[in-house]
Design a protein around this ligand. Structure first.
Ligand SMILES: [Cu+2]
Length: 317
């Protein structure tokens, strides 16, 4: 994957250079016409005069390549990153936000590694990171960077996961250059490994990008039958996190589970004795009657993800 990225980066860079040069060449004759230069100058430019269609094509090509360049640097996120050597230690920063970014770190085997986990996601799922191979289980305080160090003695793939095994990443320890030359790794195995990392990256992506924008709180809507209806999406946490209802009318929650993580297998509202199983890609309904104003917590079966049902006093109309 890294090689592919380098290839495209180089191609885009070359394209940009070509585009800029040809753009300038195409623009030059026009400038000479405008400036009303002496005849000698004009004849100099005439030698490179091109048909208009060529100029347009070259300019458009240049603009297209500039666009590609911008896209490359601004919009495409590398999924894999090579750790940087800082003295004797190889270092990389991983952003913890709806998964791990990047989710694949390439390091050299036999040298100590320091990973800086920058946790930005408040979800309790991500409050711990584990490296089973190194017997590391480290809690990550929110909005802080936590360093984790270990030594990958042998080349190989070392997975790391959140405390709930929900989000994943991998440290790929490669043998040093000399060792690689002596024992080239099998290509098919490498391809398989890349597929695996793409799979994991996609899992993290699912949480990072395919989740509707967060609605913090939502008021239930009253149906004609007098039921307070709310849909709660179970994605990266509960959306909305706060459900607002009135006292004295039944509440029906439509729990729409789109997150495959087993964290969300169960849904609990202890105050109303509700404990239901949520099937993936299915909407499950629960009903209860709020008799007292107040705040009532709901949560997943593992009590990691939480939300609140806010029961307000009835409107006096
Ligand atoms: Cu979880």
């Amino acid at each position: 994957m890294l090689k592919k990225a380098t290839f495209w980066g180089t191609l885009a860079g070359l394209g940009f250079l070509l585009g800029a040069i040809s753009g300038a060449v195409a623009a030059e004759p026009r400038m000479s016409e405008m400036d009303n230069h002496p005849a000698s100058d004009a004849s100099q430019f005439q030698r490179i005069e091109q048909p208009l269609s060529n100029k347009v094509a070259v300019t458009l090509g240049g603009i297209g390549l500039i666009g590609l360049e911008l896209w490359w640097f601004l919009l495409s996120k590398p999924k894999s990153r090579q750790a940087k050597a800082e003295g004797d230690i190889q270092e990389a920063t991983i952003t913890v936000d709806g998964g791990y970014e990047p989710s694949q770190i390439v390091v050299q085997a036999g040298q100590p590694v320091r990973l800086q986990f920058d946790r930005k996601d408040p979800s309790s799922c991500l409050e711990e990171v584990r490296f089973p191979d190194f017997r590391i289980a480290q809690s990550l305080p929110l909005n802080q960077t936590t360093a984790i160090e270990f030594l990958p003695n042998k080349p190989g793939r070392y997975e790391f996961t959140c405390g709930m095994n929900m989000f994943r990443g991998v440290v790929e320890a490669q043998s040093t250059d000399t060792a690689t030359r002596n024992t080239p790794p099998s290509t098919s195995k490498q391809a398989y490994q890349l597929d695996q990392s793409v799979l994991h990256a996609n899992q993290a992506d699912y949480h990072a990008h395919h989740v509707p924008p967060s609605t913090e709180s939502l008021e239930a809507s009253m149906t004609k039958a007098g039921v307070q209806d709310v849909t709660v999406t179970v994605a990266k946490g509960y959306e909305p996190k706060r459900v607002i209802v009135e006292v004295g009318a039944p509440v029906r929650l439509h729990l729409q589970r789109i997150n495959p993580s087993s964290c969300y297998d169960q849904f609990l509202i202890p105050a109303f004795d509700i404990a239901v199983d949520l099937e993936l890609d299915t909407t499950t309904e629960v009903e209860f009657m709020p008799k007292q104003p107040g705040e009532y917590e709901f949560m997943c079966g593992m009590k990691m993800n939480r939300g609140v049902i806010e029961v307000r006093p009835r409107y006096s109309s």
